[in-house]
Design a protein around this ligand. Structure first.
Ligand code: FE2
Length: 437
């Protein structure tokens, strides 16, 4: 590993830890220990779990060093205890958890200077370090969702996202030409096992919304009785809609004749041109059917995001292969809300599709599966054990996702009923015979 890569790894680890610290130091001890929702771990569990994964992979495996706290491995193994059970475990208290993650981090920075980083796939290109950076960033997004579920005075602040500067995007579609494109990656050094290997996928021509579905569009679905009309819902979706009593996105409530939402403790009127967020897969699918459309497949989404018709190549990001910058997409918890559609013209894909990266995760209508030639790495529990029809895919990241854990090949998944995550969607449709000519 070159000195440049070592310093980049160190910088990413430190930058990530600063966010973890912000999310865990902005609340008091009671809020760290409390379970804010049965869907979420106590924040203090996330904190020590992040340190424990870092210890397992970097201190013990990559570094070959002695354990810091082998006695707590079982407590922080996500497969041993469901989130709902974690508050009842004999967890490290906040002071102990902070001490633990800082001891682990000191050892990691120490071994980063000396450990040989060639010869093993786990360490080639700094992969193990990149995996741990992404893991902590993923928990930072989870902790941000926990903050959103927390009640009480607001503790997080951030500047408002940038305004829309491209008019006319709501309702506009982009046509994606039919033909093969390259899905997934072999070359992105920190790409995870489920993004690999790259492979050709033939995608027939289709149309996709130029922007995510907005609150204003979603309000029309509500006003037209979308939540009362089973014909727009799948059988499974309608059963869930009844059982859960869904009548609007999570965190919305009626406010006179309209609706308001509560974000990180502050209640404000709905902003019409922001992407809708906190909807489950079933709500997204029902909206799409009501609108005469459907959700894109995962391959369609990725083609719209990456395919460059001039070169025939698939790009790393919609804007090209260069790294993210703040003008390109709403990532990294810089803003605590999605930006209105049309706020990021510098992030559009070669085909002209807006805001595929950042703002809201986008539900797509594909079950979690391995690509042809998939091989679990470095452990089956990262993604392979989740393959199957229980999980739907989400793509593109949200305002809560860090750039280190977001690229056009990145794949996220969740149960189709989940909506505490920062999830929205856009619609797609088949072309008519007239349109295909
Ligand atoms: Fe984890």
């Amino acid at each position: 590993m070159s000195p440049d890569l070592r310093s980049r790894v160190a910088a990413e680890l430190e930058r990530t830890r600063a966010r973890t610290a912000l999310l865990t130091e902005s609340v008091d001890e009671g809020d760290l220990i409390r379970q804010h929702s049965p869907l979420m771990s106590p924040l203090v569990w996330d904190l020590a779990h992040v340190g424990n994964q870092e210890e397992l992979w970097l201190v013990r495996d990559v570094g070959g060093r002695e354990a810091v706290r082998s006695d707590i491995d079982e407590l922080y193994d996500a497969f041993k205890h469901a989130r709902s059970d974690r508050p009842g475990l004999p967890l490290l208290n906040p002071a102990e958890a902070r001490q633990y993650v800082s001891t682990v981090r000191d050892k990691v920075l120490d071994l980063l200077d000396s450990v040989p980083l060639e010869g093993r796939r786990l360490v080639a290109d700094g992969f193990a370090f990149g995996m741990i950076v992404q893991h902590e960033q993923q928990h930072d997004e989870t902790m941000l969702a926990t903050h959103q579920l927390r009640t009480g005075n607001p503790v997080l602040t951030a500047p408002a996202p940038p305004p829309s500067i491209v008019p006319g995007l709501v309702g506009r579609e982009v046509r994606v030409p039919g033909g093969p494109f390259t899905m997934g990656t072999d070359t992105d050094p920190w790409a995870l096992d489920n993004e690999r290997p790259s492979h050709q996928v033939h995608v027939p021509a289709f149309a996709i919304d130029a922007a995510p579905v907005t609150n204003g569009q979603y309000l029309e679905f509500i006003a037209h009785g979308g939540y009362e009309a089973p014909q727009w819902w799948s059988d499974e979706g309608w059963a869930h809609r009844l059982e859960a009593g869904l009548e609007a996105p999570m965190h919305w409530r009626r406010d006179g004749d309209g609706w308001a939402y509560t974000r990180f403790g502050r209640t404000t009127p709905i902003v019409a041109d922001e992407p809708v967020v906190h909807v489950c897969f079933h709500e997204a699918q029902a909206y799409a059917r009501w609108a005469g459309k459907r959700l894109p497949t995962e391959a369609e989404w990725e083609k719209a995001a990456r395919f460059d018709p001039r070169s025939g190549r698939s790009l790393r990001y919609p804007w090209g292969d260069d790294e993210w910058t703040p003008e390109r997409a709403n990532l990294g918890q810089r803003h605590l809300a999605p930006a209105p559609v049309g706020a990021y013209p510098r992030g559009i894909s070669p085909l002209g599709v807006h805001q595929l990266i950042g703002d809201v995760w986008e539900w797509v209508d594909t079950d979690f599966h391995g690509y042809p030639g998939f091989a679990a790495f470095p452990y089956r529990e990262y993604s392979e054990v989740f393959f199957g029809p229980k999980f739907k895919m989400l793509r593109g990241g949200s305002f809560g996702t860090d750039a280190a854990a977001c690229r056009s090949t990145f794949r996220n998944w969740d149960y189709p009923i989940r909506r505490q995550i920062f999830s929205g969607f856009r619609c797609a449709r088949d072309l008519t015979p007239d349109e295909t000519g």
